[in-house]
Write a protein that binds this ligand. Structure first.
Ligand code: FEO
Length: 397
C-alpha cells in the first residue's frame, strides 16, 4: 500500500503511481508507467502543491488524510500547472475542502474558469510574490511554456526546496524509491530525457529563460511533478536540463531508417559499422516502423550525430520516417550533424523530401545526400563509408 512519504520535517510527498495508462497525452507510450507527484506542507497554513490525475482520487485522498487527519482542512492549493495530469482533482478538492484557496497566476485562474467553471476562492500571485505559511514561505516564479503558458514553480525559502512542476520530471513509476538516492539513476535519466524531448523539447528557449530567472536560488531539493525527488544530486538534473535545452548532444550517432524489404536497413548497418570503425562507440540504429518515435527522439536529443534513411513509398517518404521527421521539425530540432540517404526502386522521391527536411532545420549536413537504387552495390557502400567518415570528422571538430 502506498503511503505519504516525508520529504523533510513538515513536508510530505502524497503522489500516486499510474501503471494502467498506456499512452501519456494519448501519444507517448508508458512501458514503465508514470508517477504524479503532489506535496503537502504541514504548517500553520496547510498547503497542497498540485493535485494528480483524476482517476486517482481514492488513493490520493487517503494519503492526504494520513497527514491532516479527518478534522483539519487545507488552506491553500498551489496550482503550478493546469495540464490535467496535475489539475485533475481540483474540483474534488474544492468539494472536500470548500474553504481551500486556489493559488495561481492570472493565466492559471483564467484556465480554472474555462476548464472547470471555478471562479470562487481563487488567489492570484504575480512574479516574485510570497505566501507566508508559518515556518515556510513560498515564492512564485512564472515559467511560461515549461510546459504550458501558465506554468509556474514555487520556491520554499526556509528549506530551499523547488517545487518545479513538469521541469525535471520523468516517466516511470516510483517503485518503492521516491528519492534520487533510492533509485537507479541511469533509468530515470533516460526516462527524464524521453519526457523532456517529447513533452518539453520544443520549448528549449523557454527553459533557458526559466534558468536565467532561477539561477541565483540556493536549491537543496527539487520536487518535480513526475519521477524522483532530487535531494542528493539536484545539480545533476540542472546540468542535464541546461544541456538538453541548448540542444547540446554528446558524441554519438542515431541512425534511423524506414525499409520495406531490408535494402535500406542494409545501408544503415553499413554506415553504423563504418562509424564504429572510426572509433565512435555510441551508435544506435532504429527501424522507424518498429521503435516508437518517443524513444528515437530521446536518443536524437542525446547525441550530436543523426543519419536518416528512407525508402521511397508512393513517390515520397516511407510513412514512419515521414511521421518522425515531421515531429522533429515541430520540436525545432537543431545543432545536429545530419546525414541523409534515400532509396528507390523505379522513380525516386524520398531523398527530395529528406533534403527539404534538412534545409528546414538549423543543422549541418554531413557529406552529401545519397540516392541509392534497389540494393546497395559496392560503389553505393563506398559512398556510405564516405558519409560515415565525414560525419565522424565533423563530430570531432
Ligand atoms: Fe505533467 Fe505538462 O503535465
Amino acid at each position: 500500500m502506498l503511503e505519504a512519504v516525508k520529504v523533510s520535517e513538515n513536508v510530505y510527498w502524497v503522489g500516486v503511481n499510474d501503471r494502467k495508462l498506456e499512452l501519456f497525452e494519448n501519444l507517448w507510450p508508458l512501458p514503465y508507467g508514470v508517477a504524479y507527484n503532489s506535496y503537502i506542507i504541514d504548517d500553520e497554513k496547510v498547503t497542497l502543491i498540485d493535485t494528480v490525475e483524476e482517476g486517482q482520487l481514492n488513493q490520493y485522498m487517503k494519503e492526504i488524510k494520513e497527514i491532516i487527519g479527518d478534522n483539519r482542512g487545507i488552506d491553500y492549493l498551489i496550482v503550478n500547472h493546469m495540464e490535467p495530469d496535475h489539475s485533475g482533482l481540483i474540483e474534488a478538492l474544492v468539494k472536500e475542502f470548500p474553504n481551500i484557496k486556489l493559488v495561481g497566476n492570472k493565466k492559471t485562474i483564467e484556465m480554472m474558469e474555462s476548464f472547470f467553471g471555478i471562479t470562487n476562492n481563487t488567489y492570484e500571485v504575480k512574479e516574485g510574490d510570497v505566501i507566508d505559511l508559518g515556518k515556510h514561505r513560498l515564492k512564485f516564479y512564472t515559467t511560461p511554456m515549461v510546459h504550458w503558458p501558465e506554468s509556474m514553480v514555487a520556491y520554499e525559502e526556509t528549506e530551499k526546496m523547488l517545487f518545479s512542476s513538469d521541469a525535471f520530471g520523468s516517466f516511470g513509476t516510483l517503485d518503492g524509491g521516491i528519492f534520487d538516492d533510492e533509485v537507479e539513476l541511469d533509468f530515470f535519466e533516460g526516462e527524464m530525457r524521453r519526457y523532456y524531448s517529447n513533452i518539453v523539447g520544443k520549448y528549449g528557449g523557454a527553459v533557458q529563460r526559466a534558468f536565467t530567472k532561477l539561477k541565483d536560488l540556493d536549491i537543496k531539493r527539487i520536487c518535480p511533478s513526475h519521477g524522483p525527488i532530487w535531494r542528493s544530486y539536484p545539480e545533476k538534473v540542472l546540468e542535464l536540463y541546461d544541456k538538453w535545452s541548448k540542444y547540446e548532444g554528446e558524441e554519438g550517432v542515431v541512425i534511423v531508417y524506414g525499409t520495406m524489404y531490408g535494402n535500406t536497413a542494409k545501408i544503415a548497418e553499413s554506415i553504423g559499422r563504418a562509424i564504429t570503425q572510426k572509433g565512435i562507440k555510441n551508435v544506435k540504429i532504429y527501424d522507424a516502423s518498429k521503435t516508437h518515435s518517443s524513444f528515437i527522439i530521446s536518443d536524437i536529443w542525446k547525441y550530436k550525430g543523426l543519419i536518416i534513411g528512407s525508402s521511397t513509398y508512393d513517390a515520397t517518404l516511407f510513412p514512419p520516417v515521414e511521421s518522425l521527421i515531421s515531429k522533429l521539425q515541430n520540436k525545432g530540432i537543431k545543432n545536429k550533424i545530419v546525414g541523409i540517404f534515400g532509396t528507390y526502386g523505379w522513380s525516386g522521391g524520398s531523398l527530395k523530401k529528406l533534403k527539404e527536411f534538412v534545409n528546414s532545420i538549423d543543422c549541418q549536413l554531413a557529406y552529401k545526400p545519397l540516392d541509392i537504387k534497389h540494393s546497395p552495390n559496392e560503389s553505393a557502400i563506398n559512398e556510405c563509408i564516405k558519409l560515415a567518415e565525414d560525419l565522424v570528422n565533423r563530430l570531432r571538430k
